[in-house]
Design a protein around this ligand. Structure first.
Ligand SMILES: NC(=O)c1ccc[n+]([C@@H]2O[C@H](COP(=O)([O-])OP(=O)(O)OC[C@H]3O[C@@H](n4cnc5c(N)ncnc54)[C@H](O)[C@@H]3O)[C@@H](O)[C@H]2O)c1
Length: 248
């Protein structure tokens, strides 16, 4: 039987790696991003343009799965935006609204549309992308911190509501991963290295390592796991942060 997955934020970084991995392992993928991803082949992976903060986009992506392939088995709700803002910045309130609209509302709308379709296909899983920035705070990152903390509790509530319908709902919490989102940080060797030193494994993560965790949580191997956020962070969240970590 065909296996069908929606991946949002699939044009780059973690979303692209997830879409590629799921396709490689035999799933048909609807790859959603603000501009339809150009790397898709139009057969195994179909590109769709849309803004995840918009209900219409969430309806369209689910329809793309159910109309084109007749079913939906998994949704990887990964689209997100980052960037810090001082509280006093003139556009701070608009910025907060946009970050929450994409990172939190986008996941809520995605679950609202995808979960019933997955249930109607006999059950499956949703994986959202939270962040270690949802476990604690970062300087001037209050909007992002709030949006990602929201995802962590959103998926608990959603897991309760859709569990009996056969839909497991979990999240991954990436630590620092080298993607388009973090280019501004990785371009500065000092910043890149300072962040590396806070990670137990003493290196940044790669998009594929997140894709593998998403694959696991979406797969039958995780059949008794729902409502959890799995840190995929090289141990960043394992440290209380009081002491410098051992270096290799
Ligand atoms: N890279 C990291 O270090 C890191 C750490 C923690 C969490 N995350 C989270 O991982 C997820 C993926 O980020 P990434 O690092 O791959 O970044 P990325 O910028 O490479 O990819 C994010 C993708 O989401 C898309 N997107 C943004 N807003 C959208 C919208 N409204 N609708 C549809 N698509 C939209 C972008 O166009 C982009 O292609 C995000 O939710 C991000 O917050 C990333």
């Amino acid at each position: 039987m065909e296996h069908v997955t929606i991946v949002t934020g699939a044009a780059s970084g973690i979303g692209r790696a997830a879409a590629e991995l799921f396709a490689e392992r035999g799933s048909r993928v609807i790859a959603v991003d603000l501009k339809a991803p150009t790397w898709v082949d139009g057969e195994q992976v179909i590109g769709l343009a849309g803004d995840m903060s918009d209900e219409g986009c969430c309806r369209d992506m689910v329809a793309a799965a159910t109309v084109t392939f007749g079913r939906l088995d998994a949704a990887i709700l990964n689209a997100g935006i980052a960037g810090s803002r001082p509280w006093a910045d003139p556009d701070a309130v608009d910025y907060f609204d946009r970050v929450v609209a994409v990172n939190l509302r986008g996941v809520a709308l995605g679950i609202r549309e995808a979960a019933p379709a997955i249930a109607a296909s006999g059950g499956g899983a949703i994986v959202a992308t939270a962040s270690t920035s949802g476990f604690g705070g970062d300087p001037n990152n209050w909007a992002y911190n709030a949006s990602k903390a929201g995802v962590i509790n959103l998926i608990r509530g959603a897991a309760i509501d859709f569990g009996v319908k056969g839909v497991r709902i979990n999240a991954v919490a990436p630590g620092p991963v080298e993607t388009g989102m973090t280019e501004g940080l990785t371009a500065h060797p000092k910043v890149h290295d300072a962040m590396r030193r806070r990670i137990v494994l003493q290196r940044w993560g790669q998009p594929k390592e997140l894709a593998e965790a998403m694959w696991f949580l979406a797969s039958p191997a995780a059949s008794f796991i729902t409502g959890v956020t799995l840190p995929v962070d090289g141990g960043l969240s394992a440290s209380a942060g009081h002491f410098d970590l051992p270096e290799a």
